[in-house]
Ligand binder design. Structure first.
Ligand code: KIV
Ligand code: NA
Length: 270
C-alpha cells in the first residue's frame, strides 16, 4: 500500500486525487484505519467530546493529545498522523508554540500538527512552526475552539463579511506554508471558491463535495455516536451491533451457554 507523505498533499491535488482523513484516539482504531488504507489519521481534539464526554473541545490539554497520539502511532506505525494543537497551546509566544508542537512530534510521534486559525495573529505561529521544520495543517471556518466567540457550533461564512474573513484566512494560511487546510462547516460554494483559489489541498467537513478531500470523526462514520452532526454520514450502525452482541453475551451467561469447552482449559487434575 502507498505510504502517504507530506509531499502527497500537493501531489494529490495536482493529480485531482481526493484525500481521505479520519480521526483516531487509540491503538485499536488506529490499527483499523491503517489496514483500511485511509490516507491520513487525525488525532483530533474532538477527543474532548467523543472520549472525555465534554460538551466542546476547549478543555483538552496538550498532555491529552500527546497521550492519544502515542497510542495511535503504536497502532499505525506506517500512517501519516496529524495531531491537533489544543486550545491555548499556540496562543502565546511563537517559542511556546514550537515547544508544544515538538511534544506532539517528538513524544507523540505525529508527522504534522493542525492549528485552528480564525485570526491574523495566529499566522505567525504557523510561520514559527515551519521555521522549526514542523509541518502544519490549517483549520478554518467553523473552528470549534472559537465556540465562545461564535456563540455555539454554527455554520460560518454565510454573510459576505464572514466569507471574506474565511477567504483571507485561507490565503494567509497558504502563504505561511501550511501543507493543507481543513474547511469546517461553511457553505459549499465558499468551500469550492477557496479550493479553486489555493494550490494546497482543502479537506472538508460539512463543506460540500468540491473540497480536495474529506475528513470525518471515527465515531460518527462508524455509527458509534448516537447523535452525529448533520454533515456526517453513518456508514454502519456499530452501536446496534455492540448492543446486540452485549445482550447475546449476557443471555449466554445467564443461560449457561458461555463459556463452553472451546473457551475453557483442561488441567491434569485426577
Ligand atoms: O478534532 C477533530 O476531529 C477535527 C476534525 C473534525 C477536522 O478537527
Ligand atoms: Na479538532
Amino acid at each position: 500500500m502507498h505510504k502517504f507523505s507530506i509531499n502527497d498533499f500537493a501531489k494529490y491535488k495536482l493529480n485531482q486525487q481526493k484525500i481521505t482523513m479520519v480521526t483516531a484516539y487509540d491503538y485499536i482504531s488506529a490499527q483499523i484505519l491503517e489496514l483500511s488504507g485511509i490516507d491520513t489519521i487525525l488525532v483530533g481534539d474532538s477527543l474532548g467530546m467523543v472520549i472525555q464526554g465534554e460538551a466542546n473541545t476547549i478543555n483538552v490539554t496538550l498532555e491529552n493529545i500527546v497521550y492519544h497520539t502515542k497510542a495511535v502511532r503504536k497502532g499505525a506505525s506506517n500512517s501519516f498522523i496529524i495531531a491537533d494543537m489544543p486550545y491555548l497551546s499556540y496562543h502565546f509566544t511563537p517559542s511556546e508554540t514550537i515547544k508544544n508542537a515538538a511534544q506532539l512530534i517528538c513524544h507523540g510521534g505525529a508527522n504534522a500538527v493542525k492549528l485552528e486559525i480564525n485570526h491574523l495573529a495566529a499566522i505567525e505561529h504557523i510561520e514559527a512552526l515551519i521555521a522549526a521544520q514542523i509541518p502544519v495543517i490549517g483549520h478554518i471556518g467553523m473552528t470549534p475552539q472559537s465556540i465562545n466567540m461564535f456563540g455555539g457550533f454554527k455554520l460560518q461564512g454565510k454573510t459576505e463579511i464572514e466569507a471574506e474573513h474565511i477567504t483571507e484566512m485561507a490565503i494567509k494560511v497558504e502563504a505561511a506554508r501550511a501543507s493543507a487546510i481543513v474547511l469546517e462547516c461553511i457553505p459549499e460554494d465558499l468551500a469550492a471558491k477557496i479550493t479553486a483559489m489555493l494550490t494546497i489541498p482543502t479537506i472538508g467537513i460539512g463543506a460540500g463535495n468540491n473540497c480536495d478531500g474529506q475528513v470525518l470523526v471515527f465515531h460518527d462514520l462508524l455509527g458509534l455516536n448516537p447523535n452525529p452532526p448533520k454533515f456526517a454520514r453513518k456508514y454502519c450502525n456499530t452501536q446496534q451491533l455492540m448492543l446486540d452482541s452485549l445482550s447475546e453475551f449476557a443471555n449466554d451467561v445467564k443461560n449457561g451457554r458461555f463459556p463452553n469447552s472451546q473457551h475453557s482449559f483442561k488441567g491434569k487434575s485426577k
